[in-house]
Ligand binder design. Structure first.
Ligand code: HEC
Length: 151
């Protein structure tokens, strides 16, 4: 093996090593963890607002009219076969089904801030529940405030 081939292999090894270092999660400070938790809670709050303000639809309905406090979204049961979708899908597929059908709105890009916020809100309101893909289970509503976007 000549020297240039050896150098190439060396570069490849260093490359792989540096990639794995870059992706490894390094210990984070309390301050960093607090900032990351705040970013999540900002997404949950954005989802809460979208859930109730009716902005995603065209007929005055909001998610909260039929899913108070994120109920009956069942984030712990995805992915699963959903009859309305006619396939095994994700919660994001079904969020878009509800944007398009009951709300008569424009489906969201799967990686949009709005989609992530809706998923964050629905999932956060079900925190602590056992993950059970495909489980046929509705999660009951909990008491809600009243006002626009609420039942
Ligand atoms: C007019 C009532 C109505 C509104 C408003 C509504 N949905 Fe739905 N939602 C439904 C119905 C009906 C289903 C289907 C239930 C089934 O198939 O078991 C459903 C199902 C879902 C599911 C899947 C539940 C499951 O386990 O299969 C998710 C997630 C969901 N909705 C999210 C949303 C979001 C997010 C919004 C607002 C953008 C919204 N929904 C607005 C009626 C509504």
């Amino acid at each position: 093996m000549n020297i240039s081939k050896l150098m190439l292999i060396g570069v490849a090894v260093v490359g792989v090593a540096s990639v794995s270092v870059a992706y490894a999660k390094s210990p984070r400070s309390e301050k960093q963890i607090a900032a990351e938790n705040k970013a999540l809670m900002d997404a949950v709050a954005k989802g809460d607002a979208l859930w109730h303000d009716g902005r995603l639809g065209t007929n005055g309905l909001a998610c909260g009219n039929c899913h108070p406090d994120g109920s009956a979204t069942n984030p712990h049961t995805w992915p699963k076969y959903q009859t309305n979708l006619g396939k095994v899908g994700t919660m994001r597929d079904m969020i878009n089904w509800c944007v398009a059908v009951p709300l008569q709105g424009k489906p969201l890009a799967f990686d949009s801030d709005e989609m992530i916020a809706l998923e964050a809100y629905a999932t956060y309101t079900h925190r602590g529940i056992t993950i059970a893909p495909g489980k046929d289970e509705q999660h009951g509503a909990v008491p809600v405030k009243s006002g626009p976007g609420y039942p």
